[in-house]
Write a protein that binds this ligand. Structure first.
Ligand SMILES: *Cc1c(COP(=O)(O)O)cnc(C)c1O
Length: 409
């Protein structure tokens, strides 16, 4: 099935790709195999499975399905997205190596690099990858990996993935993209020339806020083998039931992403028309500063389910909006079917110095919305009433601030 710059066929692949009815029972849905171990028919003779830390049929089904979505061999699945990232880093980096990362990547990735990899003698440089030339400038003789994310969280700034992939290829350095925000339905980094994608399948891919997971997807068999080896050695494989739930989620991924995207665009337009909203960040808006790149890089004319907006009135107003939303929930999560709100300044980015935050566009009144697939009129009405209350009430004395433990779960 061809996917080049079109989503035609994606739903068929999501429902059938890599999956077959169970040959033994005829079960239409792939079975949940909870067994930790597999019987050998004779000494030295197994049926491809030995022990579920190494591989498991239910996890294999998800891996085939996720690989098929990107015209790649089976993915390698992990218990969480950070588990997948950690294995990727351990597979590709060793003491004395250097990695270049985008400066607007997931906070947990930053923590892993700065507080864990650094202790293993792995150096890192963070750059504003929205200008690809910054990536080139940061390369050193010992650089072994470039790691980026587009769109950036929570500012929705884009990185030109094809340009960064070309820089990596020219220098003989592997390029990885965290494609959690858009999923392969909207963005296919492997088609743009990168070596490997990582996902937190916990987000849109499973989609129902009910299962943690992570995956590594690549067309480079040797890289996949290295990642599988790290997984076997460190024990990060996904549990069968979580994989089974994720497979069920993937089947409706294209359908959900189209609805998430349509709802996000409608909400973005409504917020833009609201006098108490200063700015709306969404790649689907004509006003997005990288509109041309968004059209070139995203598939099917859609731009995913996440947007952010700045409410007039700073932190106080943002806190009131969040406290008065009724349909939408205040969480440190995204990608579920429910509309989910986050206040980066008091939640995900509370430990980032204010000047640094402001420099990258994370203003006090910024609210991130993971737009759900409820009826869009209800989503818009909920946020509009919350914004109205925020601007009718007198200003609160002080806003709550997060403790370090609450930051970046
Ligand atoms: C949530 C998230 C992760 C981490 O995934 P977990 O499944 O929570 O470990 C990594 N990258 C991005 C972009 C995320 O949103």
């Amino acid at each position: 099935m061809s996917h080049s710059n079109s989503i035609a066929g994606t739903s068929t692949t999501a429902i059938h790709g890599g999956l077959r009815p169970d040959p033994q029972s005829g079960a239409l849905v792939n079975p949940l195999v909870q067994s930790t171990t597999f019987v050998n028919e004779a000494v030295g003779k197994d049926r491809g499975y030995a022990y579920s830390r190494v591989s498991n049929p239910t996890v294999s089904a998800l891996e085939a399905q996720l690989g098929a979505l990107e015209d790649a061999p089976p993915a390698v699945c992990f218990g969480t997205g950070l588990g997948a990232e950690a294995a990727l880093f351990l597979a590709l980096l060793k003491a004395g190596d250097h990695v270049v990362l985008g400066d607007a990547i997931y906070g947990g990735t930053v923590r892993l690099v700065q507080q864990v990899l650094s202790n293993l003698g792995i150096e890192a440089t963070f750059v504003d990858s929205s200008d690809a030339e910054n990536v080139r400038t940061a390369l050193r003789a010992n650089t072994r990996l470039i790691f980026i994310e587009s769109p950036a969280n929570p500012t929705l700034k884009l990185t030109d993935i094809r340009a960064v992939a070309a820089i990596g290829r020219e220098a003989g350095i592997k390029v990885a993209v965290d494609n959690t925000f858009l999923t392969p339905v909207v963005q296919r980094p492997l088609d743009l020339g990168v070596d490997v994608c990582v996902y937190s399948t916990t987000k849109h891919i499973e989609g129902h806020s009910s299962s943690l997971g992570g995956s590594v997807v690549s067309r480079d068999e040797e890289l996949l083998e290295q990642v599988r080896f790290i997984r076997k050695c460190t024990g990060g494989i996904q549990a069968p039931f979580q994989a089974w739930l994720t497979t069920r989620g993937v089947k409706t991924l294209p359908l959900r992403i189209r609805q998430h995207s349509a709802n996000a665009l409608s909400l973005a337009a409504a917020l833009q028309a609201n006098p108490n909203v200063k700015q709306v960040n969404y790649p689907g808006l004509l006003t997005h500063p990288q509109r041309e790149l968004a059209e070139r890089q995203h598939l099917g004319g859609i731009h995913g389910g996440v947007l952010s907006f700045e409410v007039v009135g700073g932190t106080d107003a943002a806190v009131k909006v969040l406290n008065n939303a009724k349909l939408a929930s205040l969480v440190e999560h995204l990608g579920g079917i429910e509309t989910l709100l986050t206040h980066p300044v008091t939640m995900t980015h509370a430990d980032v110095p204010r000047e640094h935050r402001l420099a990258v566009g994370i203003t006090d009144g910024l609210i991130r919305v993971s737009v759900g697939i409820e009826d869009v009129g209800d989503i818009i009405a909920d946020l509009e009433q919350a914004i109205e209350i925020a601007h009718a009430e007198p200003t609160a004395k002080s806003a709550p601030t997060a403790t370090p433990e609450e930051v970046c779960v």
